[in-house]
Write a protein that binds this ligand. Sequence first.
Ligand SMILES: Cc1ncc(COP(=O)(O)O)c(C=O)c1O
Length: 369
Amino acid sequence: MAEKQITVTSPLMPNLDELNQYLQDIWQRKWITNNGHYHKELEKALCEYLDVPYVSLFTNGTLPLITALQALRITGEVITTPYSFVATTHALWWNGIKPVFVDIDPTTGNLDPDQIEAAITPRTTAIMPVHVYGKPCDTERIQEIADKYGLKVIYDAAHAFGVKVNGTSILNAGDMSTLSFHATKVYNTIEGGALVMHDEQTKKRIDYLKNFGFAGETEVVAPGINSKMDEMRAAYGLLNLKQVDAAIEARHQVAIKYREALRDVEGITFFDDMPGVKHNYSYFPIFVDAEKYGMTRDELYFKMKEQNVLGRRYFYPLISTFSTYRGLDSAKPSNLPNAHKMADEVICLPMHHALSEEDVQRILELIVK
Ligand SMILES: Cc1ncc(COP(=O)(O)O)c(C=O)c1O
């Protein structure tokens, strides 16, 4: 019989008795959504935990992207990366904006700042980079370019919960940053997300936009959407916040073991920690050089799958190859060689807080020959 399944991730879930106490309180208050008690508490707690000035909660991590673009009145063309989850580019489509794909830096997986300027046209209004796998983008370089050309910067920080550079939250970079609290993320509210912004006025406007555009009882100021987080998920999120540090440390220990065992395996590479960065170990991608390793990425991926070890080819295929976007000039493979190479070589190994020593050894035995 096949050994037990090892999944690529496992959700961090609060203690059920503690959650039950919060639920009883919600049942008594009878205020179950629309900026309720736990919603306000979670926004406050996240500002503190993440060390950011303002947070607005959302029902998922896609709607904050769509809403940030709407709030900043971004139009025309936006420079972005093909090496991400498809929601990043979809957010542009939902706003009627043309995505312009720029290649990634092969050493980080993030949008390559050296290639951004060549893609700017008179119609460019913003840059939308992603901190892929929670690895910080070169935010200084990107801001310099944005300032030079008068562009806005919206970071898709779906993977970057709690990540800091030299003691400062990465979420403070750019004009706004978005987070996803999906079940698969380091920190989750089952489904959920947030927008991080710098000032109270912007927070107010975002709060209108996620509530149909209502500014008060009788006034609607924009065609907003309904993206409000309910009280039950906010309560779940408050409890998960108490255990997220321990979960990140458990992930860190897994990363240490993976790196130790894989460092000398010919044809397998991975990212090391970056100096000055507090990482969240949200993913552990490895890259398979078929010639040196003697097996292709897909051969290894399916070999693991046969043994009930589920990796994930994340991000494969590239966003720029999907039918919705492949007709764009910037989507041509010749424009995106680094992104194609990474997408063809990547496997994200199982990575979560509950992986046992035994699990890690079983995974490694399949890779280390
Ligand atoms: C980079 C990136 N952006 C956006 C999203 C969308 O977040 P959600 O699934 O919470 O809508 C995800 C989630 O999977 C993601 O990985």
